[in-house]
Design a binder for this molecule. Structure first.
Ligand code: ATP
Ligand code: MG
Length: 350
């Protein structure tokens, strides 16, 4: 029996996580669930976005199902107390360095894609995003120039071990798929990217069966719209991965469809699973959020942390069937509520 921690968080986090939990319950698996407070919800109740008891639960759990954090009412707080710090803190504490973001076109959703249907239909890729380095964690600060102008800086930095371990995840993933790996950087202007390229080429020696291509991030952004079917696995840094995966989400229809897994090694001992979207304060509390990304995150949890491929596939098939039956939340051009979308997935699961 495994322990699954549920950290629902803020905004639509609790709404979509509730639906994922219903789906997990319906599978009748012998797992234990424990809820924890995180983000703005935790700050309100306990004065910190990542309180010690939540961190303790995260360490104790076999896997974490995470909703979203972020609360516009807390924008004025000092940086370390803002809700977003909770997810950064969890990634650091659990050593979660690899973020897998599959983007696959769901049959029947072509009309929701930002691309032409025949282009959209070709999308079947995984973005592997580095999570613990880059400008998010380098030295940052504000000051003034000699001329007295206000200045800000965020330092981009990677070391070779950080690049090598994420590159390995990319190659391992590609090896199990279509054996095509695209490494995305900006080596024409960034030193970190030149190091990135060097290390990826070194790791490539261990994977002769994988076809490796390097691509500049600006070109990758263009190719993602022009010919997304050419991508299989994309490996990239924290910042580029953040941007490219939001872009990929619109290519497959909606940000509300895409799950993610954050792992600390290839198979992941304690992984964290969350939709790629945020807390969506603009639609929170209105029952409009698409719960599919959260439900598909639960499928990834079963696959990567609990080695339960059969249950993961059952959930994925149920989401595809629900979409196929016409269930659509507003982001997909329909009028299903969050709960009604959950109902449709549950009905397809039976
Ligand atoms: P973060 O900084 O946490 O990534 P964000 O600022 O990128 O958050 P999101 O919360 O992801 O913003 O929301 C971006 C847009 O997508 C919003 O308009 C939001 O309403 C919409 N959106 C996000 N998730 C969903 C969902 N599950 N269903 C429908 N719409 C969504
Ligand atoms: Mg975002």
């Amino acid at each position: 029996m495994a322990l699954i921690a549920i950290l629902a968080g803020d905004g639509i986090g609790p709404e979509v996580t509730t639906q994922a939990r219903r789906v997990l319950d319906a599978l009748g698996l012998d797992h234990q669930f424990e809820d924890g407070l995180v983000g703005g919800a935790a700050y309100r109740a306990l004065g910190h976005p990542l309180p010690p008891q939540t961190l303790e639960l995260a360490h104790r759990a076999d896997a974490i199902l995470f909703g979203a954090v972020g609360d516009p009412e807390m924008d004025g707080l000092e940086r370390t107390l803002r809700p977003e710090q909770a997810i950064l803190g969890l990634r650091k504490a659990l050593g979660l360095f690899a973020n897998l973001r599959p983007a696959t076109m769901f049959p029947g959703l072509e009309d929701a894609s930002a691309l032409r249907p025949e282009v959209a239909r070709s999308i079947d890729m995984v973005i592997v995003r580095e999570l613990t380095g880059d400008v998010y964690f380098g030295d940052k600060g504000r000051g003034h120039t000699k001329m007295g102008l206000r200045e800000g800086h965020d330092m981009m930095r990677y070391d070779e071990a950080e690049v090598a371990r994420i590159a390995r995840v990319g190659f391992e993933m590609a090896k199990r798929r279509k054996k095509i790996l695209t490494s995305v950087d900006k080596a024409n202007v960034l030193e970190t990217s030149q190091l990135w390229r060097e290390i990826v080429n070194e790791v490539a020696l261990d994977y002769p069966e994988v076809k490796l291509t390097h691509m500049y991030v600006d070109n990758a952004a263009m190719q993602l719209v022009r010919n997304p079917g050419a991508f299989d696995v994309v490996v990239t840094g924290n910042l580029f991965g953040d941007i490219l995966s939001d872009q990929a989400s619109m290519c497959v229809g909606s940000i509300g469809m895409l799950p993610s897994a954050s792992l600390n090694e290839w198979t992941g001992t304690c992984g964290l699973y969350e939709p790629i979207h945020g807390s969506a304060p603009d639609i929170a509390g209105q029952g409009k959020a698409n719960p599919c990304a959260a439900i598909l995150s639960a499928a990834m949890l079963l696959r990567h942390s609990l080695s339960d491929e059969a249950s993961a596939q059952r959930i994925e098939a149920a989401v595809i069937a629900a979409i196929g039956s016409g269930a659509r939340t507003p982001d997909l051009g329909g009028s299903h509520s969050t709960t009604a979308m959950g109902d449709a997935v549950l009905a397809a699961l039976q």
